[in-house]
Design a protein around this ligand. Structure first.
Ligand SMILES: Nc1nc2c(ncn2[C@@H]2O[C@H](COP(=O)(O)OP(=O)(O)OP(=O)(O)O)[C@@H](O)[C@H]2O)c(=O)[nH]1
Ligand SMILES: [Mg+2]
Length: 198
């Protein structure tokens, strides 16, 4: 039921500065690009997938999904990726996930969707028990005009924009690792080393 109503937009449009400027979607984790891990986790949960990127277009296109570039150039942050996703997706609900979280839960869309329905909310945001994960969120398409206005005013703070709407925070007690976010070569090395030992 949930699946038919949700499109996933994978946010891969960042600069990856902490990763030495690398395109994080293509950085390998456990012998596979991180974008492939994200696709593997998310694909069974949704009816469609869109990749939001600002470089490596052909490479992303080779994965077989539409690739969309930020509506405005200049790396305005993840909200610009969300705006772009909301403009392109045709479903009522859009699930946003980053390209650098390879272990996402397989019931992510379902749990966020149940939460918006139950609370009559316009958006649901994941929480890992310690902190909000603002780029892991389910947004209703009707939020587009508000986000357009917000960005036009030059505002960029994601949680501030969320707070203006009917938002539900969804706790995931699956352990921290489901939202494990790899931002630096050191983090990647540490996790890979741990994985080898196990
Ligand atoms: N579309 C889009 N996505 C972005 C932008 N900036 C960050 N993101 C995405 O937002 C998510 C969280 O961002 P970070 O993990 O900080 O990624 P990043 O900005 O590439 O990395 P740093 O440059 O090291 O901060 C990732 O999925 C990024 O791809 C942007 O300007 N446009
Ligand atoms: Mg990150």
């Amino acid at each position: 039921m949930t699946k038919q109503m949700v499109t996933a937009v994978i946010l891969a449009g960042g600069q990856g500065q902490r990763m030495g400027g690398k395109d994080k979607g293509w950085v390998e984790f456990r012998d596979k690009p991180m974008i492939s891990h994200v696709l593997q986790q998310v694909k069974p949960q949704v009816s469609g997938i869109i990749i939001n990127a600002n470089r490596s277009f052909e490479r992303y296109q080779s994965l077989g999904y539409p690739v969309i570039e930020d509506s405005a150039s200049g790396f305005h942050g993840p909200l610009m990726g969300m705006l772009t996703g909301l403009r392109h997706a045709s479903s009522d609900w859009i699930l946003f996930v980053p390209c650098d979280t390879p272990l996402l839960p397989t019931d992510l869309a379902d749990r966020l969707y149940q939460a918006v329905r139950k609370n009559n909310a316009d958006l649901a945001v994941a929480h890992d028990g310690e902190r909000l994960q603002p780029v892991i969120a389910l947004l209703h398409k009707s939020l587009l005009p508000s986000l357009e206005a917000w960005l036009e005013e030059g505002k960029r703070k994601i949680d501030r924009w969320f707070m203006q709407h009917k938002m539900v925070v969804v706790p995931f007690d699956d352990g921290e690792s489901v939202f494990m976010n790899l931002n630096t070569p050191e983090e990647l090395k540490e996790v890979e080393a741990g994985y080898c030992v196990v």
